[in-house]
Every structure is written in structure tokens, then in C-alpha cells.
Design a protein around this ligand. Structure first.
Ligand code: AMP
Length: 266
């Protein structure tokens, strides 16, 4: 499989399964970029956090109609009509509860980011995560004469993920990931940036359990739909006994080779 043969790849798995090291391999091996909906939401969350609004977000949610109050009402309540801040508020409402952001918001943000990349040469990280998103993606690809070559599923057990995620710390500047036990940040700082590492606001046990439930109920059907549409899928273990860069690379490349050898046999 040569880099120029690959158009796009989906990397999927439970939140906290260990997708990032596998994505790093794919980006390098196939000259791709990473397009992560989680990162897009964190960008808007930051815009909202910088706005320094500390009251509860419940007032923005219309319980009876199961949707946000209008943007005009949000803007009056918040005291700003900055669209990035309003989007950040909407994302935060869900992300902080360990819930998926609604499809109409996620699909629109994803489409505009994917369009900027001409719908090509991306590792899709954390998208699609629902059936509606899978359908939206396939329509988008067809419309723009593009494709997904294969799906890489990073598999890991719930218990291991919980242990991994509550101990996870990240560098707010470069996104480098640390683990308090296995890869502790020296003096609590990023080894590259020197900045103090932080815990993601959604990395608590309660929120992780909620994300795992979302995965079972929403993402599994989304993946099954893509499989039914005959997009090949390979699974790699998120946990390796010996977690070295060489072993991660080998497990990813072996899984991909298996897909393509099976395709050529058929
Ligand atoms: P991640 O970093 O991929 O775990 O994403 C962090 C959070 O962003 C998730 O827990 C969701 O709340 C939200 N999110 C990211 N991607 C999606 C998506 N495709 N659909 C809905 N919500 C998403």
C-alpha cells in the first residue's frame, strides 16, 4: 500500500482507547493530516472559557423542546454575539456531560473543516460517531468524488480505559499526552513546551463512563453501517504488553496489510 493510494482513513474506538499513537503512525506512513472533531470542539470550548462565564449553562437549554434557546436569546443572556463563543457554549454543554454533541452541530463543523482540506488526505479522528454522521460522511464523499479507504478500530476494555483516562494529563500547548503513572510529566510540566500539564475537564470517571455508554449505543451502529457499505475494517489492540513506538507501528501496519491481502484474494 503506497501513500499516494490512500485518500482518507477513519480511526475509531472508544474514547480513551489509545487512538492517538495509531493516528501518528498513519499520518507519517501515508502522508496524511489528522482531522479531529474533538480538537475542533476543544477550540470552541477555549473561546467560550476565555469569555469567563461561570454561571450554570442550564439556562441556555430549553428542556420542554429538547434544544437550545435561540441564538438571539443566548446572545442576550451571555452579553456577546460572538459566534465562536456561542458555539463554544453549545459544545461545552455536551462535552462536559460526557455526551456527544448533537449531529447538526457536529456535521456542519466537520463539513467545513473537511472542505478546507478538499475532502482528501485526512485521518478522521473521532468522526463519524453516530449513524447520522456516517450517512452524512458517505454522502459528502460521494458528492466530492472522494472516499474512505479503510477503518482502523482501536480496541480496548472499559476498565483499562477508565484507569488510563483518569490518569491522563495533556499539554495545553502542544497536545502531548502524559500518564501520571506510566509517563509522568517531570515537575508536572510538558517535556517539550515547559508548560504545566492539565487534566481535560471531561476526564473524570463519571464522564468517561458516560462516553463509553455513548460509544456502545451510538458509535457501534455507526461503524456497522460503514461495514455494511463495504468499507474494509481492521482492528488493532489499544493495549500492548510492550508499548514501544516500533510495536505500535508494527501492529498498525500488520493490520492494514491483512486488509489488503484479503482484498486481493477476493
Ligand atoms: P474526543 O477528544 O474525541 O474524545 O472528543 C471529546 C468530546 O467532544 C466527546 O466526548 C464529545 O462530547 C465531543 N465529540 C467529539 N467528536 C464528536 C462527534 N463526532 N460527535 C459528537 N460529539 C463529539
Amino acid at each position: 500500500m503506497k501513500p499516494e493510494d490512500i485518500t482518507n482513513i477513519i480511526v475509531t474506538g472508544k474514547s480513551g482507547a489509545g487512538k492517538q499513537p495509531r493516528i501518528d503512525v498513519l499520518v507519517e506512513e501515508f502522508n496524511l493530516e489528522q482531522l479531529s472533531t474533538g480538537d475542533i470542539f476543544r477550540f470552541y470550548l477555549k473561546k467560550f472559557n476565555e469569555y469567563n462565564y461561570s454561571d450554570s449553562l442550564d439556562v441556555f437549554w430549553d428542556e420542554d423542546n429538547n434544544r437550545f434557546i435561540s441564538d438571539e436569546e443566548i446572545s442576550n443572556e451571555l452579553g456577546t454575539d460572538n459566534p465562536d463563543v456561542i458555539l463554544g457554549l453549545k459544545a461545552k454543554y455536551f462535552v462536559d456531560r460526557g455526551l456527544f454533541v448533537p449531529d447538526y452541530i457536529t456535521n456542519a463543523l466537520f463539513e467545513s473543516a473537511f472542505a478546507k482540506k478538499n475532502y482528501r488526505k485526512q485521518v478522521l479522528d473521532g468522526y463519524p460517531r453516530t449513524l447520522d454522521q456516517s450517512k452524512f460522511l458517505l454522502e459528502l464523499l460521494e458528492k466530492h468524488n472522494s472516499k474512505v479507504d479503510f477503518i482502523l478500530l482501536v480496541d480496548n476494555s472499559d476498565e483499562r480505559i477508565i484507569e488510563r483516562t483518569v490518569n491522563r494529563r495533556i499539554c495545553p500547548k502542544c497536545g502531548r499526552v502524559y500518564h501520571l503513572i506510566y509517563k509522568p510529566p517531570k515537575d508536572g510540566r510538558c517535556e517539550v513546551c515547559g508548560v504545566e500539564v492539565i487534566q481535560r475537564s471531561d476526564d473524570t470517571e463519571e464522564k468517561i463512563r458516560s462516553r463509553l455508554k455513548e460509544f456502545r449505543e451510538k458509535t457501534l451502529p455507526a461503524i456497522n453501517y460503514l461495514k455494511e457499505k463495504e468499507i474494509p475494517m481492521a482492528t488493532v489492540p489499544g493495549h500492548l504488553e510492550e508499548f514501544t513506538p516500533e510495536n505500535v507501528r508494527k501492529s498498525v501496519m500488520d493490520a492494514i496489510e491483512k486488509i489488503y491481502s484479503e482484498i486481493s484474494i477476493e
